[in-house]
Design a protein around this ligand. Structure first.
Ligand SMILES: [Ca+2]
Ligand SMILES: [Ca+2]
Ligand SMILES: [Ca+2]
Length: 244
C-alpha cells in the first residue's frame, strides 16, 4: 500500500470513529429524534391507509358473496318446489295455487298445494302419514325470523315455519299465464316471476346505498340511504305441473 492511500484510509477511520463518538457522547439530539419520529409516522400512516382500504374491499367482497349466497339458497328451494305446484299424479286431488287465509297468493305471498303422499311426512298434520292424495300446503313470504329486526324469507306449512334465506329486504311475486301475461286467475298461472332484494347483514360505514331497485312489475325499492349493501335478483320459474 502506498503511503498516500494509507493516510487516506487512516483519515477515513478517524472521521468514522469521530461520528460514532459524537453519537456515543451526546446520544440523539431532539431534532434527530423528531425527524426519526416523523419518518416513522409517515411510514406507519401509509401502511395504515393501505391496510384500511384493503380491509374495506375485503368487507365489500364478503358482503356481496354473502348476499348472493342468501339469494341463491332461497331461490334454489323455491324453484324446486314451485315447479311442483299443482302436482297431482292421479288428477283427483285438485292441487294448485291457493288464496285462502292464511295461505295467500299475491305480490307478497306465494301459496300452493301439491300431492306429497310418498315422502314419509304427515304434510297436512292430520295424524296420518302419506294417506292417498295427502296434500302439502306451502306458503313463501317475508317475516322476521329470530326476532332480530330484519326480514327473512320464510317457508310456512301446516307443520312448521322456517327461514330459508336470511336478510331479505323485499320480495315480489308476479304471476304469468301461458301467454306470459300477468294473471289473477289462480288456475291460469304457468310461471312465477320472483324479484328478491337481499341486504348485507352488517352495515359498512364507508358505503352508502343511494341506489334504487326495480322489481319485475316496476315497483321501485329504495333509495335506502343507509350503510347496507343490497343485491337484486329476478328469476322466472316455470310451473311444470300446472294446466296438465
Ligand atoms: Ca306425505
Ligand atoms: Ca296426513
Ligand atoms: Ca330476522
Amino acid at each position: 500500500m502506498s503511503e498516500s492511500i494509507k493516510q487516506t484510509h487512516m483519515k477515513l477511520i478517524h472521521s468514522h470513529s469521530s461520528v460514532l463518538k459524537i453519537f456515543n457522547d451526546r446520544g440523539f439530539t431532539l431534532v434527530e429524534l423528531m425527524i426519526t419520529l416523523a419518518i416513522s409516522g409517515i411510514v406507519l400512516g401509509v401502511l395504515g391507509t393501505a391496510y384500511v382500504s384493503q380491509q374495506r374491499s375485503a368487507t365489500a367482497q364478503e358482503q356481496v358473496a354473502e348476499m348472493q349466497q342468501n339469494i341463491r339458497a332461497g331461490l334454489d328451494i323455491m324453484e324446486r318446489e314451485i315447479r311442483m305446484a299443482g302436482y297431482d299424479p292421479r288428477h283427483t286431488a285438485g292441487t294448485g295455487f291457493l288464496n285462502s287465509a292464511p295461505y295467500f297468493t299475491n305480490a307478497n305471498n306465494l301459496s300452493f298445494t301439491m300431492v306429497a303422499d310418498t315422502d314419509g311426512i304427515d304434510n297436512n298434520n292430520n295424524g296420518t302419514t302419506d294417506e292417498p292424495n295427502e296434500t302439502e300446503t306451502i306458503n313463501y313470504y317475508l317475516y322476521d325470523a329470530y326476532g332480530d329486526g330484519d326480514l327473512d324469507l320464510g317457508r310456512r306449512t301446516p307443520v312448521s315455519t322456517q327461514a330459508v334465506a336470511e336478510n331479505i329486504e323485499a320480495i315480489e311475486f308476479r304471476y304469468l299465464n301461458s301467454a306470459n301475461n300477468v294473471t289473477a286467475v289462480l288456475a291460469d298461472i304457468r310461471s312465477v316471476q320472483i324479484s328478491i332484494l337481499a341486504r348485507a347483514s352488517m352495515p359498512d360505514s364507508s358505503f352508502t346505498d343511494t341506489a334504487t331497485y326495480t322489481s319485475a312489475s316496476g315497483v321501485i325499492w329504495g333509495p335506502y340511504n343507509d350503510n347496507l349493501r343490497r343485491r337484486l335478483l329476478i328469476s322466472t320459474i316455470q310451473c311444470r305441473n300446472m294446466g296438465l
